[in-house]
Design a protein around this ligand. Structure first.
Ligand code: AMP
Ligand code: MG
Length: 487
């Protein structure tokens, strides 16, 4: 298998990383390979068998042209600044250019300790690796910006956590691994010159159209805020809870990154938290927009030396950009919900309809994902699906009547509208109770349930016969779901 690496971060950003070496796994075995992604990246898999892929994507064989490095970064973790984090369990093999010209990082995650591992072992267990693979594929299929998973390989070694687990390595593909925390690291330790260097590199790599802006660093802040508003609106729209929105887990590309204790909400409740380490609910579903705002304020702070260097007066402009985030997010969110509700054209009273919806969903503990599909069924003349979903026949009746009136004001054909809604409202998401069962089976050596689920979530929108159980909410008596960190 051929890679044409072109390692711009390695070449241009000396001092921003440490060289790294992968641990050689004892018996690498391919668990999953993402053929469609490989094709999109322009990898020619011809003649490469599973064993060779396993050696390549576990760190056993380092491909020609790779220059493995671990990136330096800092970050606010649960609100507290950690000046020294960095890739402690990941290494960047290099960058490749896809046939369409797009540049991607190829990173091994779980490939052993680096200069930034502190007390960690640098390894990953099979469960978190397969969870990231699955959830990032689901997100990509739903059209949510995300890093991707190219391969999952079992290492043949054990990884000690609260107990021993089979080890694995995930190959992650990202448009880059530059995080808010990367800026924070260089702002905290080195100052303006380094921040400017990183900002210039980021602009060249991700947003070349900003290079000629009067103050490119201010323009970068503006663009990243835009992408974060759009991203978090997408998360909320599919019921996604990231779980660890620390600033080191925020990619400036606008991709969802670092799938740890993430999960999708079943019954709607804004305070929902799944992560075992988020006892105070800092990263609850409904707090994600505020946390994004907070994270962008930290990004602005890290950029200030660069912004100030170009034009001292722009510091005020940066502050204004941060202050405007709640309104900007609200616009992105309303647009998202309008799509979900089939309300193509904005109207003055949408805000009330939107807020009212979430109050009602919470009051009646309605399954978030199923609700929007049931709404589309109403447009097709089927009221039974909604009836079956709601706790009482007239629950939400006033809201549904309001929505109906709003729909009638538009002239759209109801069937076409229902189809459009089904194109944005997933039917199949990685349901927690099913994800957990497939990860348990995989840990026990049976990968088939996980592969079945992967196939289901890769096609989230169109109903398929025989897959009914994948669309069903968790049983009402299911124990509260908890996810654990530690990929
Ligand atoms: P995360 O929770 O994935 O965002 O990771 C936070 C920080 O801890 C990052 O700097 C990771 O590289 C580091 N880290 C997490 N787990 C390990 C591990 N097993 N070994 C080394 N470093 C780790
Ligand atoms: Mg992280």
């Amino acid at each position: 298998m051929d890679f044409a690496f072109e390692n711009s971060f390695h070449a241009d950003m000396q001092g921003f990383y440490a060289p790294a070496e992968a641990l050689r796994p004892s018996a690498p075995r391919l668990l999953a390979f993402n053929d469609r992604l490989a094709e999109r990246l322009g990898f020619d898999r011809d003649g490469t068998d599973a064993d060779e892929l396993a050696r390549l994507f576990s760190g056993q064989d380092i491909p020609k042209g790779a220059a493995p490095i671990a990136l330096a970064y800092a970050g606010h973790q649960f609100g507290h600044f950690s000046p020294q984090l960095g890739d402690g369990r990941a290494l960047l093999l290099g960058e490749i250019i896809a046939p369409d010209g797009a540049r991607f990082d190829i990173q091994l995650k779980g490939s052993g300790p680096t200069a930034f591992s502190r007390n960690g072992d640098g390894k990953a267990a099979i469960g978190p690796v397969l969870r990231e693979f699955l959830v990032s594929e689901a997100m990509a299929a739903m059209g949510v910006p995300t890093t991707r998973a190219l391969a999952a390989v079992a290492t043949g070694d054990r990884v000690q956590r609260e107990r021993a687990h089979p080890g694995a390595v995930l190959t992650r593909v990202a448009s880059s691994h530059i995080r808010v925390g990367t800026f924070q690291f260089f702002a905290a330790h080195f100052g303006a010159d380094h921040v400017i260097q990183l900002s210039d590199y980021s602009i060249k790599r991700h947003f070349p159209d900003l290079a000629d802006a009067p103050n490119p660093h201010l323009a970068l802040l503006d663009r990243v805020i835009d992408l974060q508003c759009a991203l978090i609106a997408r998360w909320l729209g599919v019921g996604f809870i990231h779980g660890v929105m620390n600033t080191d887990n925020v990619a400036i590309s606008g991709e969802t990154i670092d799938y740890g204790p993430c999960a999708f909400m079943d019954r709607f409740a804004a305070h929902t938290v799944f992560s075992s380490i988020d006892a105070n609910g800092r990263y609850a579903y409904g707090r994600q927009p505020q946390i994004m705002h907070w994270n962008m304020a930290r990004f602005a702070e890290a950029l200030l030396p660069a912004i100030h260097r170009v034009a001292p007066a722009d510091v005020e402009a940066a502050k204004a950009l941060v202050d405007a985030i709640p309104a900007r997010f609200r616009t992105a969110w309303e647009a998202q919900v309008r799509l979900k509700l089939g309300l193509a054209e904005g109207a003055g009273d949408d805000a009330g309809l939107i807020d009212g919806l979430f109050d009602e969903l919470e009051k009646h503990s309605v399954d978030f994902t199923s609700f929007f599909r049931a709404l589309a069924m109403l447009l097709r003349g089927d009221g039974a699906t909604m009836q079956a979903l709601l706790p009482a026949p007239d629950a939400m009746a006033p809201w549904i009547a309001d929505w109906w009136r709003r729909i009638e004001r538009g002239a759209a054909n109801p069937i076409e509208l229902a189809d459009a809604m089904d194109g944005v409202n997933p039917l199949y998401i990685p349901r927690n109770h099913i994800v957990e069962a497939t990860l348990d089976a995989a840990e026990g050596g049976d990968l088939d349930p996980w592969l079945d689920l992967l196939d289901v979530v890769r096609h989230p929108f169109a109903a398929r016969a025989g897959l009914e159980r994948f669309a069903e909410p968790a049983p009402v008596d299911a124990a509260p779901y908890t996810t654990f960190c530690g990929t």
